[in-house]
Design a binder for this molecule. Structure first.
Ligand code: ADP
Ligand code: MG
Length: 702
């Protein structure tokens, strides 16, 4: 396909680029070839048909375009303070244009008595508006400026700008390229699909998104390109799902046997909730279907996912398979070990733990037992992924708190067998629907939407730091009632030293407020050795200490029902879902639980919104939606960071409708023509092949 190759032409060969600028484009903007430049979309436009007058400038919020005559120019200041000033006048007033950089270049360009058009965002200086480094257009010489009606603005970087690749520089290159490409941008969507959804053709869309004729055409271009972007993600997801199901025969767990039934009738300490029953049924059906399960189990903190996982493990064992449970931290792995051991105590099941700290002879013996099939359930951390960890017949992999694991790590678990084991990914961070549909599109989803009965809703309160005495009094009264308290401090790598200092200060000051022998305090943070951590945790678990001072190492999974108060210090420094996770550490017993968010007075708008949201709702899905809105999908799944999904135009918050449309269309197409052999689907296949060639196939995520 000749035009495909054409769009893959190295950017270096575009007129006006050359080797030096090509380097900058690659390094700074990730633009390697023609196609990359064409998909470096503008983030904003100025309607060039609209002009403003100088007296219309009232604020510094919006961009304006003004036509005027330069009346005066001059250089002021020395050395670093040196600047070039020009005075622009129109019939309504005058305004200063200021340049601190590139003075020689501007000086050459601007002549007194000549008419110019400037674009810019005014700034307020000494009570007067001026323009700092406005875009200035010398009417006669710029082909882009002459031709286009809507002026595009492109993001750039300081380094790129220094090489003339500012927004304007980029627009010139794009303009050149679009002329070159005319007739060479192939359609990649099937014709019937375009007709059905009123999508304009690809070439027009790309051309209009850069240099739109009018707003109507622009919005059609945007729709078409958003759809295209989301659609191809979905096509990849459905295709890989199709291949997975077709190619990977899954183990068939045909029976529910002794283990499951014995546990259910004898050892299950409580009634399952309706939601737990429902998801166990879904999972059981999936594991018995003959295809490999790849399922996400979502349930808010405390909804009882562990128990669900356990019962699924029993089914695997009833079918003579081994299972493993992977947790993100050592503490959590140990806790799982204890929980499962407690539940399965009298059932003659061998459970073992493998973490990084299991070494030497102990490790060797364990690995042998694993390979011989003597171990039924292996619990562990990342250590499970290592190649040396080989099972006899691994049938089910349960991954807890999935957002902590990278995709690659999960995928690795698959390769422990010739036949892929079933995979159950549990997450307590509810994933907003749009994200789930996009990032986890090929996972089936089970949702536990109900908490075990008898739980009182956690009360969340916000206090400023000056209410500390009151909070301390409250803690005291709760401890007197027999409760236990977490006090969590932020600790982030960038400010680790200072954060540890605050943690230690906090610990010391609490030790003064809650002195021995009446009170005792534990402290846990990531810098402590595993033994010390465990010792401190255990003291708290056994209620020998009433207060647990900690960092977010206790964020996930820890389950101590008697701990009913969570104090979060510097709550403004935590992310929303992190706070929700922390809050989930309490509310596990039958007592009324509290989550108290302490903040300073200085709160950003976003910080305020986070705190307000938590105070308002306990619903994890609602929290996740707000989180997505505030942060964008950035770190929500750890996927975006790894470049797995790099959306150029679509927006997971705003484009829910288009996502649905794209998803439905893709699903339908793969259902009817899974190999994309139909004539009308050919463009689609070609484009997919192109994507896979250039970016690798990221859709094979588990
Ligand atoms: P999470 O979904 O956060 O992993 P857990 O599995 O840790 O939740 O369960 C939280 C607590 O609720 C545990 O103490 C667990 O034993 C208990 N639990 C789980 N299911 C039920 C149930 N059906 N009825 C009562 N308690 C339950
Ligand atoms: Mg859990």
């Amino acid at each position: 396909m000749s035009h495909f190759n054409f769009l893959q032409t190295s950017i270096e060969f575009l007129k006006g680029v050359g080797p030096a600028r090509a380097e900058i484009l690659k390094k700074e903007l990730g633009i390697y070839n023609y196609s990359d430049l064409l998909t470096h979309y503008p983030f904003r436009y100025i309607d060039k048909t609209k002009f403003n007058t100088i007296n219309e400038i009232r604020d510094d919020a919006s961009w304006v375009q003004i036509k005027g005559i330069i009346q005066w120019v001059g250089e002021l200041g020395e050395k670093h303070g040196k600047r070039f000033i020009a005075k622009l006048v129109d019939e309504t007033g005058e305004i200063e244009l200021v340049w601190f950089k590139g003075v020689n270049w501007v000086k050459d360009k601007i002549h007194v008595g000549t008419e110019y058009t400037i674009f810019g965002k005014p700034s307020l200086f000494n009570n007067k508006f001026n323009f700092v480094h406005p875009e200035i257009e010398v009417s006669s010489e710029d082909v882009v400026v002459q031709t286009v009606k809507f002026y595009p603005f492109y993001s750039s970087t300081e380094k790129a700008k220094a090489k003339g690749l500012d927004s304007k520089g980029i627009s010139r290159l794009t303009f050149t390229l679009l002329n070159l490409c005319a007739g060479n941008i192939p359609e990649n969507l099937p014709q019937p699909l375009r007709v059905e959804h009123h999508l304009i053709d690809r070439e027009s869309a790309i051309s209009q998104i850069h240099f739109p004729d009018n707003f109507e055409k622009l919005s059609k271009a945007v729709l078409r390109l958003k759809f295209e972007e989301l659609f191809f993600i979905q096509i990849q997801l459905f295709k890989s799902k199709y291949i997975r199901i077709r190619k990977n025969k899954g183990f068939i767990f045909s029976k529910v046997g002794e283990y499951f039934n014995l546990f259910y009738s004898k050892f299950l300490p409580f009634e399952l909730t309706g939601a737990q029953k429902k998801v166990i049924k879904e999972i059981r059906a999936d594991m018995g279907s003959g295809k490999q399960m790849n399922r996400l189990l979502q349930g808010d903190v405390g909804s009882g996912k562990t128990l669900v996982a356990l019962m699924c493990m029993l089914i695997a064992m009833d079918n003579n398979f081994q299972v493993c449970l992977m947790a993100p931290t050592e503490i959590l792995a140990q806790q799982h070990l204890k929980t499962l051991t407690r539940f399965l105590n009298e059932m003659g099941i061998r459970i073992d733990l493998l973490t990084g700290t299991v070494k030497g002879k102990k490790r060797k013996i364990l690995l042998e037992a694993l390979q011989n099939g003597e171990i039924d359930i292996l619990i562990g951390t990342h250590a499970l992924i290592e190649d040396s960890v080989q099972f006899k017949n691994l049938g089910l992999v349960v991954i807890d708190e999935q957002h902590r694991f990278g995709v690659a790590q999960r995928a690795k678990m698959w390769n422990k067998n010739e036949v892929f084991p079933h995979v159950l990914v549990m997450t307590a961070t509810p994933i907003p629907r749009t994200l789930a549909m996009t990032v986890y599109g090929d996972l089936d989803i089970s949702i536990i939407d109900e908490l075990p009965p008898g739980r009182k809703a956690i009360k969340t309160l916000h206090y400023f730091d000056n209410a500390r005495l009151k909070v301390l009094g409250f803690i005291r009264s709760q401890i007197k009632l027999g409760r236990q308290v977490y006090v969590v401090y932020p600790l982030i790598e960038e400010s680790e030293k200072l954060d540890l200092l605050h943690l230690n200060d906090g610990y010391e000051s609490l030790s003064r407020d809650f002195p021995l022998p009446e009170f005792a305090i534990s402290m846990v943070h990531g810098r402590l050795s595993a033994e010390v951590k465990d010792f401190e945790m255990q003291r708290f678990v056994r209620n020998e200490t009433q207060i647990m001072v900690a960092t977010t190492v206790i964020e996930v999974g820890v389950d101590i029902p008697n701990a009913s108060i969570m104090i979060v210090e510097n709550a403004e420094r935590f992310g929303l879902s992190q706070l929700h996770q922390l809050r989930g550490r309490v509310g596990r017993g039958s007592e009324q639980s509290y989550c108290i968010l302490m903040t300073s007075y200085k709160l950003t708008e976003e910080g305020k919104k986070r705190i307000e949201t938590l105070v308002r709702t306990n619903n994890g899905f609602e929290v996740a939606e707000v989180d997505l809105q505030l942060r964008g999908p950035g770190d929500m799944a750890g996927l975006m960071q790894s470049g797995m999904i790099n959306l150029k135009i679509a927006n997971l918050v705003k484009d829910e409708q288009i996502i649905k449309l794209a998803r439905d269309s893709a699903s339908q197409i793969i259902e009817n023509d899974p190999e994309l052999e139909n004539f009308e689907n050919k463009p689609l296949l070609w484009h997919l092949q192109e994507i896979e060639k250039t970016s690798g196939n990221w859709s094979s995520i588990s």
